[in-house]
Write a protein that binds this ligand. Sequence first.
Ligand code: ZN
Length: 224
Amino acid sequence: MRSLAAALVLSLLAPHAQAGDPGIEVRLQKTPGLVDAAKVVPGLRVELKYSTTDNFLHADVYGSLERCYLQRDAAEMLAAAAAQLAKLRPDLRLLAYDCVRPVSVQRRMWKVVKGTPQQPYVADPNTRTGSIHNYGCAVDLTLADAQGKPLDMGTPFDYFGQAAQPRHEAGLVQSGKLSTEQLANRLLLRLIMARAGFQPIASEWWHFNCAPNSVARKKYKKVP
Ligand SMILES: [Zn+2]
């Protein structure tokens, strides 16, 4: 779990955070190339954690944004992942936690984590690539049952620690910190995403990229 000190710092910061950009949803609707993934992906459930206070910022930084916008390519790949899931486990659904993330929001997140132990978990908006979420080419998601209840992946979304990192899974299972059932749930998610062409990352079980950084940079524009 996150340390008490870090939680206190974040909760102190939250009341001073600006309200979410009220025009964000309208802005994304008008952004060329982006689509509402729920219209493309059969059965997709969407629960944007940054549009609630149930996130590591303890602040709603998305305001009016409630939908999952992605590049059309990424949304079509996600539809292919949903089709794979329907074949293997028709009782399950995809549940998206984060999709496109405008650079303006990335900057706010960076301000909160810079200089804290959470810094490695947020991409620096000042680098050439920033976050692949800024391009609408990354999706954070899990698997849920037909009622929308997320499967047990061993940690919640945005858990900052080794237990969330695929690179440590073998050791986590060996030491009993991750059950074989939790690992199986993660592997099912990775399998269907990989079959659709998504790339996992070593540090977060929930995050998938639709293309490598260099390709994303060339093909898509960052959403301001
Ligand atoms: Zn992500």
